[in-house]
Design a protein around this ligand. Structure first.
Ligand code: ZN
Length: 305
């Protein structure tokens, strides 16, 4: 059974948290022009471009990654005054405050240069979110579920952590600053599926959701090989490039140095890398995130945290 009994009354669809991820930005613009496409009978829906200045300039951010500004500590720190830090506080007062929000669910739209298809990102183990994700895997074969758990939602720096329910949608591969009609339409359909699910949930309409869910649990972030000055010494190996969500076994090629030497994966077990060669993560010292493929029963998962 789902642990929440209360209906979803307020939903926010957010995009442009990163100003160069055009898929979500142009979807929001479309939804604002054609509101009937996203209106449903049982809840109110708000759309939001989270980082308008970055969207205008087509940049990921102005001063700081907005999607790392939403920990409770940062939101309540009056000394943080960069553009994104102020913007995060504005969004928190609009949708939040975090922990006691005005909205019941947030869907935050992103895109990635990694080949991650239609990824649904979960950042907590709420059975409502797990069940929603299990449902979405039945909607399109490209849908994958990636789970990143912070110590607590209060520590989570992501915009979506303002409220407990909802998900982040991460679509790719697509370069920053461009649109792909195929990905645009697939993402649009995924959003309609989420909204229809919420509507059915509110209306008490039975939806067929598989009892188990395959998800990719984040284990570890891996940086590129670098020298002592921090300069890159290798690239993603061609055999690994674009192979997000496929098994990486001990001894498989991982990086290729500029001299042509292969660096192999040294781990002990098979992992499933995601965010492989994500352009925005070079500055974060992340070449990929290693995940473990798990099949879980969504209705009992919450007990494990
Ligand atoms: Zn993003």
């Amino acid at each position: 059974m789902i642990a929440i009994a209360k209906p979803i009354k307020q939903v926010a669809i957010v995009a442009g948290t990163h100003g160069n991820e055009l898929t979500g930005i142009y979807l929001i613009k479309k939804f604002e022009r054609f509101p009937h496409t996203i209106q449903r009978k049982t809840f109110n829906l708000k759309t939001l471009l989270a980082n308008p200045k970055a969207c205008e300039l087509g940049k990921r951010y102005i001063d700081r990654d907005l999607n790392r500004c939403f920990s409770s500590k940062d939101l309540t720190d009056p000394t943080l005054k960069s553009y994104e830090e102020i913007q995060a506080k504005k969004i928190d007062s609009l949708l939040g405050p975090k922990g006691n929000p005005k909205v019941d669910a947030i869907v935050d739209l992103h895109s990635t240069t990694a080949n991650m298809g239609l990824t649904v990102i979960l950042t907590n183990n709420h059975p409502f979110n797990l069940r929603l994700a299990a449902y979405l895997t039945t909607v399109h074969p490209l849908v994958k579920v990636y789970r990143w758990l912070s110590q607590s939602e209060l520590d989570s720096p992501f915009l979506r952590s303002i409220c407990e329910l909802g998900c982040t949608v991460e679509v790719g591969a697509i370069a920053q600053g461009i649109l792909s009609a195929t990905l645009f339409e697939q993402t649009e359909q995924l959003i309609y599926a989420i909204l229809d699910y919420l509507e059915a949930y509110n209306s008490g309409v039975a939806i067929d959701v598989p009892p188990t869910l395959v998800l990719y649990q984040a284990l570890e972030l891996v940086d590129y090989p670098r020298n002592s000055s921090g300069e890159l010494q290798a690239m993603i190996h061609p055999q690994l490039q674009s192979r997000d969500y496929t098994p990486l076994n001990p001894g498989d090629p991982m990086f290729l140095t500029f001299e042509g030497e292969t660096i192999f994966y040294q781990g002990r077990s098979t992992v499933y890398p995601v965010f492989i060669n994500e352009s925005a993560y070079y500055e974060k010292s992340i070449a990929m995130c290693l995940t473990e493929k798990q099949e879980i029963n969504w209705s009992t998962e919450e007990d494990k945290v």
